[in-house]
Design a protein around this ligand. Structure first.
Ligand SMILES: [Zn+2]
Length: 710
């Protein structure tokens, strides 16, 4: 495992594994077949990539999508890991070169589509190589019970049988209900050790919203989150088009994606979104497979998805960088009809059995929208994960909505349906309540109804949303006749009779959290965008948002400090380090030259297996022993700033750091009054306000103390 840690730091820039990765890697390194079930964003690729680098010979990765493998190979090559893909996009000449490079031993990792195993040239060529591992990504594609069954995956076990030496077989997926799990094992014909990592993605906040008009909600949400990127899913092309037009008209940088567009258009929009040229994407569920964009901050479902598998997968495209992200589902009962229509009219799978499975799944999805318990626990239970009571990060647990009394509105609606003798459908009722002069309303003399115009203060959309809420909560029923009409249910009569009250929870749209280091983050992000443009690759493959956040927060000024940032490995440092250091120095007003390190000759520091003895904790230990920052820096051959940041990191980890050893009380008082006078947290104006003998690091320390007490 020591080797694995070395590789983790050297290539990927991390000092510790994410939850669940270590036991899987250990198991693979010990030579056991492995099935790993990990949530999206849980870092499953590292689980086979690190063993691939340790094993002799090559690792073949079976991946379902060409776009996905191209991204992966780009990312690996950026990290300094030589890899390549073989798929139908290669021309015969390129293919020849690829095979040559493979037999020269140039590549450790080779990505292929499952269709490749039907190609005899490929099989003949590759059999000659030493294959140490076959990793099957998105392994649920091999199961008919999964939601993306791909027949060609069934070729994989036949191929393995033909190999002279049996390689280690590893399979990974993010979605596997127990049924799918069994299927994967059966179809791959292997006996793996199974690792199930919780499906929970703690950084995702789940919100379900009812009784609102989707489009108005989306517009409101975007107003509060204008500088964030996200995906908006809708279930039909028509809806995608209409949301897209509304947003584009308002000047948002938005793209759209659905099956009615040409391949070129779709590809272009997808690229623009991945490369941050577009911040919003409105799409049907055709969009997203193979999108590995890490900084999606929200996913809004404007319609009900067909099942929880799809929902969790689509919503799970938010927050892959581990930073907070928001998943919002807007529920309108009319969407149930749309989904039922899709199930009943699918030409490809029309057997009664599959239709029933789909209906069952849909009803679980609808129940998700109605549940009053923790919605995260609902999802986790559905996937057979451990039970939790509450998560404190979903709309039902947080209860952060405003409660709005809608008793009077509801009385008016129910009364309108009743007074018009329960003979009309939603459109007519909306028209009557809103006081519409529509011809059919006049034809039926409905403008003379006692309930005509009762809700004329509301827009048609708002009235409709209220009626949808009443249908969802079963106060109103829609007949399944040729002309569906609204009927009052028993519940509605009881509501009127008992003079009950009805409220709806309007989830407050929260402003995004702002951080003191946001300004620095923006500057670093700008640099990243510039580099991405030149290198023609997605910005997040250079550094993730999470890495930039950390950089902005600690503002490292040298090689050592930079390597302490999660996500900065040596290769990345070599490539981009100096450019980022320059910007950081500018931010700090530091004019000293950047020290150029000979990185290549340098062995990675022996890496620690737990945070207990990680670099900042070592500094902390020395600080506790009474050493000054300067002494620690000398002893550790590091910089003053780096050690200071180590201590700040410890404060973030809630460790006791006696800051009076860094800034004496006199200076602290002066700094505090300067901060009060200037306001804000930008160092330079505060420094200008103070006597010359007070140093930047002292101001930083006082600011840190203030922040930690908030
Ligand atoms: Zn919850």
């Amino acid at each position: 495992m020591l080797k694995a840690y070395k590789i983790l730091k050297k290539y990927f820039g991390y000092t510790s594994f994410k939850e669940g990765q270590e036991p899987i890697i250990k198991n693979i390194l010990e030579g056991h077949d492995t099935l790993g079930i990990m949530p999206t964003g849980g870092g499953k690729s590292i689980c086979y990539q690190i063993p691939a680098l340790i094993f002799e010979g090559i690792t073949i990765v079976v991946s379902p999508l060409i776009s996905l493998m191209q991204d992966q190979v780009d990312t690996l090559n950026t990290l300094g890991i030589s890899s390549i893909y073989i798929n139908s996009t290669l021309k015969p000449k390129e293919m020849k070169t690829v095979y040559m490079e493979i037999s020269n031993g140039d590549h450790k990792i080779i990505y292929v589509t499952p269709e490749r195993f039907e190609n005899s040239e490929f099989i003949d060529r590759i059999r000659m190589e030493k294959i140490s591992q076959i990793a099957i990504d998105e392994a649920h594609c091999i199961s008919q019970w999964g939601h993306d069954f791909r027949r060609s995956y069934l070729n994989v076990p036949n191929f393995i049988k033909q190999l002279p030496n049996k390689p280690i077989i590893t399979a990974f997926t993010a979605t596997a209900t127990p049924k799918v799990r069994e299927d994967i094992i059966k179809n791959l014909k292997f006996k793996p050790n199974v690792f199930i990592n919780g499906f929970d993605r703690k950084n995702l906040k789940f919100t379900t919203i009812k009784g609102v008009n989707s489009l108005s909600y989306i517009k409101k949400y975007l107003k509060e989150h204008s500088d964030e990127g996200g995906i908006i899913y809708a279930s039909t092309r028509k809806e995608v088009d209409s949301i897209y037009t509304e947003l584009a008209d308002r000047g948002y940088k938005v793209g759209k994606y659905h099956a009615g567009m040409s391949d070129i258009q779709r590809q272009q929009n997808q690229d623009d979104f991945i490369n941050d040229r577009l911040s919003l994407m409105v799409a049907t569920n055709a969009f997203g497979m193979g999108i590995d964009k890490s900084n999606v901050r929200f996913v809004i479902h404007s319609n009900l998805p067909k099942d929880l598998e799809s929902y969790y997968q689509e919503a799970g495209r938010a927050g892959r960088d581990g930073l907070d992200a928001h998943c919002i589902l807007i529920f309108n009962p009319k969407d149930i009809q749309t989904q039922i229509f899709f199930i009943n009219n699918n030409q490809f799978e029309s057997s009664e059995e599959t239709m029933n499975i789909k209906r069952e799944k849909l009803s679980a999805m609808v129940n998700y929208c109605h549940t009053s318990k923790c919605v995260r626990s609902y999802i986790l239970e559905y996937f057979g994960d451990e039970k939790i009571d509450s998560c404190n990060n979903c709309s039902n647990c947080l209860d952060d909505g405003e409660v709005e009394d809608i008793t009077i509105e509801v009385q008016k609606i129910l009364s309108c349906v009743y007074r018009t003798e329960q003979r009309f459908g939603i459109n007519m009722i909306v028209g009557v309540l809103g006081g519409s002069k529509n011809k059919s309303i006049l034809n039926w003399n409905l403008d003379r109804s006692s309930t005509y115009g009762l809700l004329s203060d509301y827009s048609q959309k708002e009235i409709r949303a209220l009626i949808d809420l009443l249908i969802g909560d079963e106060y109103l029923d829609v007949t399944k006749t040729e002309f569906p009409t609204l009927k009052l249910t028993k519940k509605a009569f009881e509501f009127i009779k008992n003079k009950e009250k009805l409220t709806r929870r309007v989830t407050k749209i929260q402003r995004k959290t702002t951080y003191e280091w946001e300004g620095s983050f923006d500057l670093l992000r700008k640099l990243r965008a510039d580099i991405a443009k030149v290198e023609k690759k997605p910005p997040y493959t250079i550094f993730s948002d999470k890495t930039l956040h950390e950089m902005a927060r600690y503002l490292p000024t040298d090689y050592e400090g930079m390597l302490d940032i999660n996500g900065v490995g040596e290769k990345k440092y070599e490539r981009y380090g100096t450019q980022f250091l320059e910007v950081i120095k500018e931010i700090k007003g530091d004019t000293s030259p950047i020290e150029i390190k000979e990185i290549i000759k340098k062995d990675p520091k022996p890496k620690k297996s737990s945070t207990k003895d990680s670099s900042h904790r070592i500094s902390y230990q020395l600080f506790l022993e009474g050493k000054s920052i300067t002494e620690i820096a000398t002893e550790r051959k590091s910089k003053f700033d780096t050690i200071l940041n180590h201590l700040f990191k410890c404060i973030d980890e809630k460790l006791e750091v006696d800051l009076s050893k860094i800034v004496d009380d006199g200076n602290k008082r002066l700094i505090l009054s300067a901060i009060k006078k200037i306001g804000g947290t930008t160092l330079r104006p505060i420094k200008d306000e103070l006597p010359d003998n007070i140093e930047y690091y002292e101001i930083k320390t006082v600011l840190k103390e203030l922040k930690s007490k908030e």
